[in-house]
Design a protein around this ligand. Structure first.
Ligand code: MCN
Length: 797
């Protein structure tokens, strides 16, 4: 289904395929990127970064750099001392988690390549960069631990002072928490009389590659310190700057202006932000730092990077019984804002849509001397979905049955919702049968299977593979109570305010902070319907702690199901406040007033008054009921009762040239269920972007370090980011199972595509060559890897 813009008709806004109102600004150069901000007397910063993965800093000579043209100061970590604050971890996943102190600018020792060791402040960016090359740092190299399985042994330590590389071990067990039986019992039973499959999968390291590199401007000269920064989390940053520098929060204003993508990579409070703030405060001058693309790839946090060991037990008839998951997760050198919480988020998703009787999950998070790892689109859930969807294909292969049929045998049926899973999560609604039936129809599943059979029989050198991914995810992060129980340092609520202006126009202040998701459009559609005002009359303001002072920001596909729900509640309060004023103006009883389509009417009459008229009357204050304040503005916060559980079925067909290992995508169908859809155009864009990111993990992307810990995929020449020319046209469609936890029935969509697509593609490639003895291929499935797997498989077959 290709969605085109709806003609601007009257009628409900929700569900209308409106073009994004923010795009006019974004595509005509009227943007407010942080790097465009220039302040009088502003200095430019350049970072001197460690080329070594692990080393002691023995001396830093700055004289030559200080004498370089335009240079105002060169500062080391020692110079900045306590003033630099600490880069924070907000989620210690256990009470005894080992967390290395992360200084924005290293003092004495660096623990990964790219760590900042000194900062040059100069009159221009070019002068700062030139002088940074003149800073002479002496290092004594230390042994580095770069491999997860080596890190477990603790023979080489990423941080010798900590005495171990293990940061934390976190476990979820269905028998212990009472949500299922004992996994070892189920596996033992299946060993006697059933099926036990053990597989190991590698989730390679990925690099979030947003369009706009990270950039920060700090102006410390006013009454308040103002920081503009390209971030997903302005409110969280404000709290953490206050908490770690001792500055009063009220003296800190954080602004996320237009932000050019994040994908989780800007869900971070970064060394660069803290360092820019520290230097600006030290020099008493506005300072700007904008990273180069190479710095972004090396020093922005990375994603994924896990070893996954799974043991699945099933009865002989294909009914799954137990699932045991053992993970090793690389944190890199430091523990970021979410840090070890990323694999923990996956803990509830390995069981996915299937009715396992027993489940056990353990993750060991490990420190290594590589770039730190944190959230990347889906954060924990793509990793989990990949593993379980690969396992379901392995089970189908073991049984010699169709992979969709085995999934259907094991998934939660439509009539069983709400359903509490073996991991202890309650899914409110879903219809896996409907999404799968629609996907099969659009894909032409049976015809493709028949073609596959023909090609196998003909020993065609180009084999057809069909990949399946029936997924769900938990998003809408998150109920504050659950976050608290998991030791997370912040809540999961969201806030909104609605200001009714005298002219009837509406200002919506939201605590979410979009960076490409189109909130200005979607929130306007929601408010237009709720208050019965024209879409064009709604202005959405965000991303400035002075304007929307409270918020938990944008990540975890939370903005619609948490943020917009707060907007809905604020709108309802506006109506509640306006109703007695309308009654007074209409000389009617409040009980007789009904509000429909933006008009307060007196029941049984044609008397009425619009919301805009009430707003004007409230503003003048001339004729209000006694004791009623002259304002119908309203605030609301919303804390969800549960997560949101979108789901879907993605089907992928690939052609694999068995002589070269080359994979060519042939067709890709996704039928997603994200509950009520606010804007189909935005949703389609979100699905497209996510799916392509997931395909890229399967086929192309992967961060590689050499034996010294140098990032060898440090530019887009080596890190294979796909372009639209590399992908195919996707077929998208939807089923709608409204959420029972949100007033609008919505579920999140921002990560769904990235979660679903990776296993669909890898399952398709394995399916194409399984008859040649191949049962797994490590990602990214490059032609070389596919070809080698065929050689090994054929030799063993
Ligand atoms: N939407 C809708 N109807 C639904 C669900 C969503 O119309 N049933 C719309 C929403 O109104 C919103 C958009 O889809 O405009 C995404 O909504 P949501 O799922 O709530 O996700 P968030 O807005 O919270 O965005 C976060 C999510 C994440 S976690 C990543 S990573 C990601 C993503 O969004 N990074 C992105 N999408 C991105 N899109 C762009 N362009 N750039 C990124 O960096």
């Amino acid at each position: 289904m290709t969605i085109t813009e709806d003609a601007p008709t009257a009628g409900p806004e929700i569900g209308k395929a409106r073009r994004r109102k923010e795009d006019q600004r974004l595509i005509t150069g009227r943007t407010r990127w942080t790097d465009n901000i220039t302040l009088p007397g502003m200095l430019h910063l350049a970072m001197v970064r460690s080329p070594f993965a692990h080393a002691t800093i023995t001396a830093i000579a700055t004289d030559e750099a200080k004498a370089s043209p335009g240079v105002i100061a060169v500062l080391t970590g020692r110079d900045l001392a306590d003033g630099q604050g600490v880069v924070a971890n907000a989620w210690p996943i256990t009470t005894d988690q080992v967390t290395p102190t992360h200084l924005p600018v290293a003092v004495d020792r660096v623990a990964c390549a790219g760590e900042i060791v000194a900062i040059v402040a100069a009159r221009s960016a070019a002068e700062a960069r030139d002088a940074a090359e003149l800073v002479d740092v002496d290092y004594d190299e230390l042994p580095a631990v770069l491999d997860l399985k080596e890190a477990v042994k603790d023979e080489v330590l990423a941080h010798p002072d900590l005495g171990t590389n293990t940061s934390a071990v976190w476990t979820l067990d269905s028998a212990a928490q009472g949500s299922g039986t004992d996994v070892e019992d189920e596996i033992a039973k299946a060993r006697e009389d059933g099926i036990v499959l053990e597989r190991e999968f590698r989730q390679q390291r990925l690099i979030p590659a947003f369009m706009e590199p990270r950039s920060t401007v700090c102006d410390p000269t006013g009454e308040q310190m103002t920081v503009w920064t390209s971030t997903q989390v302005p409110h969280i940053l404000r709290f953490l700057v206050a908490a770690t520098t001792g500055m009063p929060e009220s003296k800190i204003r954080i602004i996320a202006p237009d932000v050019g993508g994040g994908f989780g990579g800007k869900l971070q409070t970064t060394p660069e932000e803290f360092a820019t703030i520290a230097v600006a405060r030290r020099l008493g001058k506005p300072c700007k730092y904008t990273e180069t693309r190479s710095e972004s790839l090396l020093s922005g946090h990375h994603g994924r990077d896990q070893w996954q060991k799974l043991t699945l037990s099933a009865r002989k008839d294909g009914t799954v019984t137990g699932l045991k998951v053992e993970l090793l997760a690389d944190l890199g050198a430091y523990v970021g804002v979410v840090g070890g919480g990323v694999p923990v988020l996956g803990a509830w998703m390995f069981n996915s849509i299937y009715k396992f009787a027993a489940y056990h999950f353990t993750v060991r998070t490990l420190l290594t001397n590589k770039t730190w790892v944190d959230a990347y689109r889906g954060a924990g859930r793509p990793e989990a979905t990949f593993a379980v969807e690969r396992m379901m294909d392995e089970l189908a292969a073991e049984l010699g049955r169709d992979p969709l049929e085995v999934r259907e045998q094991n998934w939660i049926r439509h009539e069983e919702f709400p359903f509490t899973t073996v991991a202890g999560m309650t899914y409110d609604s879903g219809n896996y049968e409907a999404a799968t039936a629609r996907a099969k129809e659009l894909f032409g599943y049976d015809a493709l299977r028949a073609e596959q059979q023909r090609r196998r029989e003909a020993h065609d050198p180009v084999q057809l593979g069909i990949g399946v991914s029936t997924f769900t995810e938990m998003c809408g992060l998150a109920p504050s109570r659950i976050l608290g129980a998991l030791n997370y340092g912040a809540g999961g609520w969201e806030s909104a305010s609605i200001r009714m202006l005298a002219t009837g126009k509406v200002e919506v202040l939201t605590g979410t902070s979009p960076h490409g998701q189109g909130h200005e459009t979607a929130w306007s559609q929601i408010v237009a319907d709720r208050l019965g005002v024209p879409f064009e009359d709604v202005e959405v303001l965000h991303g400035d702690s002075q304007i929307s002072s409270k918020g938990m920001d944008t990540y975890g596909s939370r903005s619609l199901v948490v943020g917009a729900e707060a907007v809905v509640r604020a709108a309802d309060r506006v109506i509640d406040k306006a109703r007695p004023i309308a009654a007074h103006l209409l000389e009617a009883s409040v009980d007789d007033i009904e509000f429909t389509a933006g008009r307060f009417g007196v029941k049984g009459t044609d008397k009425g008054i619009t919301m805009a008229e009430v707003a004007l009357a409230t503003w003048t204050g001339h004729n209000l009921p006694d004791g009623v304040e002259p304002s119908i503005d309203a605030d609301a916060t919303f804390d969800p009762d549960n997560f949101s559980f979108p789901h879907g079925t993605h089907l992928c067909a690939v052609e694999v040239d068995t002589e070269t290992g080359k994979t060519t995508m042939r067709s890709y169908v996704c039928v997603d269920d994200v509950g009520t859809i606010i804007n189909p155009l935005i949703v389609e864009g979100q699905v497209h972007g996510g799916v392509v990111q997931g395909i890229a993990q399967a086929l192309w992307e992967g961060a590689e370090f050499d034996e010294q810990g140098t990032l060898v995929t440090g530019s887009f020449v080596d890190y294979t980011l796909p372009t639209s020319a590399d992908t195919i046209s996707l077929v998208t469609d939807h089923t709608v199972s409204p959420s029972t936890y949100t007033a609008l029935g919505t579920k999140g969509v921002g990560e769904a595509g990235a979660i679903a697509s990776t296993p669909a593609v890898v399952n398709a490639i394995v399916d194409a060559v399984r008859h040649l003895g191949v049962s797994d291929i490590t990602m990214p499935c490059t032609p070389e890897r596919v070809w080698k797997a065929i050689q090994v498989g054929s030799a063993g077959a």
